[in-house]
Design a protein around this ligand. Structure first.
Ligand code: ASP
Ligand code: MG
Length: 423
């Protein structure tokens, strides 16, 4: 009965948080346990800035010093006189420096992936050493040797077959009653280049590990009591969803509920592995469970706001209909640019899509389309999704918001609205 735990950045953001997560792990370490950990606090953002500066040939040593200082202080606080934490940290910092000192190529995404995982590599090295120091027998694993992916840097797809062949050392360590500590978010391609699974991808790593190991359950430890029906930072009076289906959870995550990464659900659903979302602040509380049964899905209305959306409308100039051939061409361009469509709508002569605002991609899109089509767009809109709601739930949220598009299906209402007026 293997369990997989995932601890995100907030759950390891300082030494008190690491002590707290260690208590949670210790409490469960009598059974086979895999512990997937993210970078500490906001370290991934700092490494993104280091990468951007390095790529532009600008200085980044202040930012780098900050990353080093953060981890050094935390390690000092955790370990005191015990040297094991310091040497675990130092070996990862050396590797990080080595990567930074490689000549920088012109491949932005590959350079990003060569650096971004060091947040996770450092955090797991410190945490595994701390678990040992606290008497929890554990082994550190390098996710780049287990999670094998393609070479789509920053958005790598898992090669399940290749990864399956690499999981044996983890199985052996579990067999020897050792807690297995591994980085979320990263992997490597078949040539050994570091890759990453997309921001916030550590949840997905937890479910990859569970799938490969046929685990009995996954728990994601969060700073909220479970999966809520809305983001408590944006809505008051939120309610916890005690038990919902994989199907409901994947829809909520896809529409923008940020509590779990949308890719997390599929591997778990495929093997029927339940997912718990629990509070690391109150570890004994029940949390939320995501599983097969759809029984409870309709009980509570959920509200999701996705900000920074662009509504982009493409219309024929000569009043000819937008037909399949036009759409085929437009979709080809969208796919080429890696634009993810969150909502679409078509009329006789126009086709509208909603996606994350991205100046760069919008400019490309306009360049590709403007000769044939007339283009209009609005930025900084919000996509509101309500699942299992009714007219009242809508009134509660919308007030006098200006609505650009409205779509309704049996269980879902979706609206593109102007941000300032929402909620
Ligand atoms: N550290 C990575 C990020 O912040 C991965 C994760 O947290 O899941 O995006
Ligand atoms: Mg993170």
């Amino acid at each position: 009965m293997i369990k997989v735990f995932k601890f995100g950045g907030a759950s390891v953001k300082d030494s008190a948080a690491v002590r707290n997560m260690t208590d949670i792990v210790r409490h469960h370490a009598h059974q086979p346990l895999v512990v997937v950990v993210s970078a500490m606090g906001k370290i991934t953002n700092a490494i993104e800035r280091i990468h951007a500066a390095r790529f532009d040939g600008k200085p980044y040593h202040e930012e780098l010093n900050e990353v080093v200082r953060f981890h050094t202080e935390l390690t000092d606080e955790l370990f005191g006189e015990n040297r094991s934490g310091k040497s675990a940290l130092q070996s990862q910092l050396d590797a990080f420096n080595q990567a930074l000192n490689q000549p920088c190529t012109s491949n932005y995404d590959q350079e990003y992936d060569s650096l971004i995982g060091f947040g996770e590599l450092i955090s797991t090295a410190i945490i595994q050493a701390y678990l040992e120091a606290e008497g929890v027998s554990s082994v550190w694993f390098d996710a780049r040797k287990i999670v094998i992916t393609d070479s789509r840097f920053r958005d790598a797809r898992v090669n399940w077959e290749a990864s399956r062949h690499c999981i044996t050392p983890v199985q052996q360590a579990l067999h020897e009653n050792k807690a297995c500590v591994i980085q979320g978010f990263i992997g490597s391609d078949s040539r050994g280049n570091s890759t990453s699974l997309g921001r916030e991808g550590s949840d997905f790593t937890a479910s990859i590990m569970a799938y490969l190991l046929d685990a009995s359950e996954v728990t994601i430890w969060k700073d909220v009591p479970g999966m809520l029906n809305a983001d408590p930072k944006k809505f008051k009076d939120t309610v916890k969803l005690d038990r919902i289906s994989f199907k409901e959870a994947i829809e909520l995550a896809y529409y923008g509920a940020s509590v779990i990464h949308p890719k997390t659900i599929k591997p778990l659903q495929n093997k029927g592995i339940p997912l718990h979302i629990k509070s690391f602040i109150d570890p004994r509380a029940a949390g939320s469970t995501i599983q097969e049964s759809t029984e409870n899905d309709h009980l509570i209305a959920s509200y999701i706001l996705k900000d920074h959306q662009t509504l982009f409308s493409i219309a024929t100039r000569d009043f000819s209909f937008i037909v399949e051939d036009n759409l085929k061409e437009i979709f080809g361009i969208l796919s080429e640019l890696g634009i993810r469509i969150h909502l679409m709508e078509n009329s006789a002569i126009s086709f509208s899509i909603v996606f994350d605002t991205d100046k760069h991609k919008q400019q490309f899109l306009i360049e590709k389309l403007h000769e044939q089509y007339s283009i209009k767009y609005n930025e900084h809109l919000t996509l509101l999704t309500i699942r299992h709601g009714n007219e009242d739930s809508l009134k509660n949220v919308l007030h006098n918001a200006e609505t650009f598009i409205e779509q309704r299906s049996r269980h879902t209402m979706r609206m593109v609205i102007k941000t300032e007026t929402a909620v």
